[in-house]
Every structure is written in structure tokens, then in C-alpha cells.
Ligand binder design. Sequence first.
Ligand code: SF4
Ligand code: SF4
Length: 441
Amino acid sequence: MRKTGFKTFRRGGIHPLYNKELCSGKAIARAPIPSRLMVPLRQHIGAPNEPLVSPGDRVAVGQKIGDADAFVSAPVHSPVAGIVDAIEDIKSFNGETVTGVIIAADAEQPPFEARQGKPLDELTAEDIREIAGEAGLVGMGGAAFPTRVKLSPPEDKPIESVIINGCECEPFLTCDHRLMVERPDDLVQALELMIRAVGADRGIIGVEANKMDAVEKLRAAVSDRPNLDVEVLEVKYPEGAEKQLISAVTGREVPPGNLPSEVGCLVQNVGTAIALYEAASAGKPLYERVLTVTGPGVKEPGNLIVKVGTPISILIEACGGLTGDPAKVIIGGPMTGWAQEDLDAPVVKGTSGVVALTPELIDIREEHACVRCTKCVEACPMSVMPNFIVEAVQNGDWEKAELWGALDCFECGCCTFTCPAYIPHVEYVRKAKAEIATLKG
Ligand code: SF4
Ligand code: SF4
């Protein structure tokens, strides 16, 4: 493994081509608002929401349109002013069918009216959790875990460090990078809020060394705050994965099957932090987000602020359209994102990007038998045995698949990236996880 002098996680990892230059210098611009938005009622891990509106209802920007009583859940808000057209099944980015609120947007959209609440420095820990819950905040790096729950760690697991994941280690994506460059002070204020919410001692923003302009801005923003630090990390995938980031920044290893609170840490994504700042300072719910539309298959890549519920076809159009017939359009990054059959899926809170790849960037060679080179084992940052999991799945031996670590795999794709036999390990792991879950009832 190459040495760079920057901190990084201990085990595994890869160095794919990052292709960030397509967008990293492009300022965030507002995307057009479509005439019809499809807002999924479930955009988070946890209990689904029930609709709070009916067809024919008028909705305002930021109005709550779906909610649930469960603690592990997050309400959904209208991204526009308009009329509810229907409540019906829609296809989500991952192929699942979900209930969505279809809204016909008014031709004229009023700006969101900021609401004045308590000054930020007077908010209590409970206030901050309540704000995160009411605003429907979720992890915006893709996991979509409700932020209120994350800001409520168990009492017997005190949090010492809140870590902002400013790595954005997925190739192509640059939306977090732009937020750090353009809104460093807001990010720092959000970090202070999260530290207060969990009673931590310090905050750290971990940034990969390919974003030194962001590092400079953030260092200036924390210069008079002794409890905050900016840590420059090696450019290595998956540096921004929760456990790997904790390892890189603190040297602590989260034991398999445990949460970051086990080692006194809490990790939050840049977009989530900015959303918390907006919710706390202006009462703004999470109904829009910054994402990247990029790849060689898009004519004018860019970083856009987008209303949740916007079909990705509108975003591609806003970026000049496709360069030709792309080999693959992915929602999310190319390592962990979801390939799309069409361009109809709507943006959700966890959508970090839309990447259009051209044929030369796609390896569609046929899967061969394992040659037992162990490259996948060396690349795996979780110390699981991807080669043996594949073998177990091929044999239908779910017990062995679990034994070799299928449940610890977070589907980063490092194994597949290195495999000379082009084995799609993640597909096997997903199958193993589903079978194990069924067997455990
Ligand atoms: S996808 Fe899973 S098995 Fe493969 S490298 Fe990542 S964590 Fe390891
Ligand atoms: S990298 Fe591929 S060929 Fe090599 S051991 Fe792993 S699964 Fe087998």
C-alpha cells in the first residue's frame, strides 16, 4: 500500500480514479423545479410514514406531509408550494416500490420563510434533537438513518468526539466538497450543535487531501475554537465510511457488530450537518439538498441544489443532457450507487449524486472462477473474507457465509474492484444477507 504521510484507516482500501475535477471547481447552482414532484413517504431507515395530506390538498413549502409515531423514523415535508395530485406507488432509486405524494408545483414558487427560534447558543441538547427530528433530518451520505436517533446515544456510551465526514471518498462526487468550500462557517456551527447535543468534548472534520481548498477554509473557520480540529486524511477509498473514518482520525477500531458509540465517537455527513444548521437557525426542514450531476456521459456536470422529489431526468437536462447513449446512469457514486433502468426515479434525502458513465469506464467482462489470489481479502477494510462468502453463497451455505463475515460487509465494493476474475462480490453478499435475515426470522 502506498504511503502518503497522511492519516488513514489500517486495513485494506483501494485507490480508484477519482474523476473529481469534472465538478470540484463548480459553485453550487439551483436546479429547476419540475412541474410534478414525486416525494416518497419513506426516505429513511425505520418505520414508514403515513400521509398527512390527501389528493386535492394545497401544500406550502416546508409543510409536513408524512409522519410516523415511531422513534426511529423521520417526517417528510413538501419541497414546493402546490396541490397534491395523488398518493400512489412510485419506483424508488433502488428498485423498491414506495408510497409517494405526487405534487403539482405552482408556477410561482415563494421562497421559504425563515422562522426565528431561540438563538443557536441557547439551544439545549434536547432542543437540538427535537429540531433534527421535526425537520426530518437523516444521514445524507446514503444511509438515511434518522439524525435525531443518532444524536441520542445510549447513556452508558458517552460520546467524546463528533466527527464530520468531509472525505467524500466516492469517485466523481463533489457536493460535500463544495459545501465545505462555500459554507465553512455554517458547517462549524452545526458541528458545535452536534457536540452539545451529545455532550462531547471535541469535534473533528476529516477531509481527504484532495480537497485542500476546503481544508484551508475550514481551518480558518475553526481557528478560534480550541475544541475543534480539521484533520487531513489520505486519499483512499473508503476513507469516509464510518468505521474507517473513526480509525483514521482517532486510531480507535469499532469492534465488528458494534456502533461508533462503542469507542466514544459519532460520525455525521457534511450535508446532514448543513441541514441541521438550517433547521436550527431558520426552522427549515429537509426538503432540498445539494448533489452532484456528473460523469463523462453528462454534457455540463455541476453541483446543484435540488428539491426532493425531482426526477433525475430533469437534473440531467439541466446539465445540458447526455453526451450520447451512456452505458450506465447511477444514483449515488459508482462504488456504492444504484444503476438505473430509466431516468424516472426521484431525488430523495440520501441522494448524493447522479453519475452517467460511458462504455470505456465500465468493466462488463464476464465473471470467472476464483483464482485464489486473495486480492479481495487484502482490499477489504472490514477484514471479512469476500472470496469465501462467494463460495458459501454458491454452495447455499448461509451459516458459512455469516461465519466469513457477510453481516459485517458494508458493500463498499473494494473486493470487486481488485478481483481479476470479475466476481461481483457485493451481489453475493446481498443475497447472503437476505437469506440469513430470512433464516433468523
Ligand atoms: S464489499 Fe464487503 S467484503 Fe467487499 S471489500 Fe467491502 S466490506 Fe469487504
Ligand atoms: S480477488 Fe477474486 S479471484 Fe482473487 S481470491 Fe478474491 S474472489 Fe478469488
